[in-house]
Design a protein around this ligand. Structure first.
Ligand SMILES: C[S@@+](CC[C@H](N)C(=O)[O-])C[C@H]1O[C@@H](n2cnc3c(N)ncnc32)[C@H](O)[C@@H]1O
Length: 261
């Protein structure tokens, strides 16, 4: 693929210097939504990922975020997804030369095939809103896979303010599932076993989303049929309702004899 200077300017964001080094053709070809490398880099700005950590990347899609975490931070990553097969992801992981550090898993988020307290960190990028809205989900399905005093972090679409019903005409009805940043903060704040460390509207999230569409627009035919409509809606929204939540929590210690919060 050949990219115009205009497209490359949109792709290379000063805020995301690590992502800027990745081949835009690779990201374009494997994208499933807003540039997941930017979302992953934004999460790692507030969450610690270190060499040798065992990381669960839940809802990893085409595993670009898993490859990024392994390459940039030296983590071992279990790239876990439902819609994309493990075989498909293994090809991408092999091509990236990371077969020894990124392990593709096909699984549903409510039936994860991992031992309790196996992971040093859990991340979920542009995915958690598909399976994590049930008030019991984090406590009953996910938190137990994390070692005590370790972090879980997500970046997912969320709105700064509640989308009214009926929604504004320019947004259409397709965003009915979107919760506010306050809604997400409240959900994790009252989850037993979790200390919420960080919950905010991702700074410049709407701009980032727009810039991704501007890059795609300047790069020829799109992979995702719904992309053009999403771009129009983002433009019309002008950052009122469309953005991202960035949230990090820490699994409380459950060691016998340790004081609880
Ligand atoms: C919009 S895609 C994002 C993929 C990737 N994280 C990215 O940003 O490119 C949402 C992903 O969530 C995953 N997903 C949705 N529901 C899931 C579930 N119940 N269990 C596991 N993964 C799920 C899908 O398989 C899909 O790859």
């Amino acid at each position: 693929m050949n990219f115009t200077d205009e497209a490359l300017q949109k792709y290379k964001q000063d805020r995301f210097p690590r992502s800027a080094r990745y081949d835009p053709a690779w990201v374009h070809q494997n994208e499933m939504g807003p540039n997941v490398l930017w979302l992953t880099e934004a999460l790692t700005q507030v969450m610690e990922i270190k060499a040798g950590m065992r990381v669960l990347d839940l809802g990893c899609g085409t595993a670009m975020s898993s490859i990024f975490l392994a390459r940039e931070f030296g983590a071992q990553v279990w790239a876990t997804d439902l819609w994309i097969s493990a075989t498909d992801n293994l090809k991408r992981i092999r091509d990236a030369g990371l077969e020894d550090r990124v392990f593709p898993i096909h699984a549903e988020a409510h039936a994860l095939p991992f031992a309790e307290e196996f992971f040093d960190a859990i991340v979920s990028l542009d995915s958690y809103h598909y399976f994590g809205t049930d008030v019991h989900y984090l406590e009953s399905c996910l938190l137990k896979l994390l070692k005590p005093r370790c972090q879980i972090g997500i970046v997912s679409p969320a709105s700064p303010e509640r989308i009214p019903a009926p929604p504004p005409t320019c947004l259409g009805k397709g965003w009915y599932w979107m919760n506010t940043v306050d809604w997400w903060r409240d959900l994790w704040s009252r989850t037993p076993g979790l200390d919420l460390e960080h919950a905010e509207l991702l700074p410049h999230g709407w701009d980032m989303w727009m810039q991704w569409h501007e890059f795609l627009e300047a790069s020829g035919p799109r992979n995702r049929p719904g992309g053009v409509k999403e771009f129009d809606q983002l433009r019309a929204d002008n950052a009122r309702y469309l953005g991202f939540v960035r949230m990090v929590g820490n699994r409380c210690s459950n060691q016998p004899g340790e004081p609880t919060a």
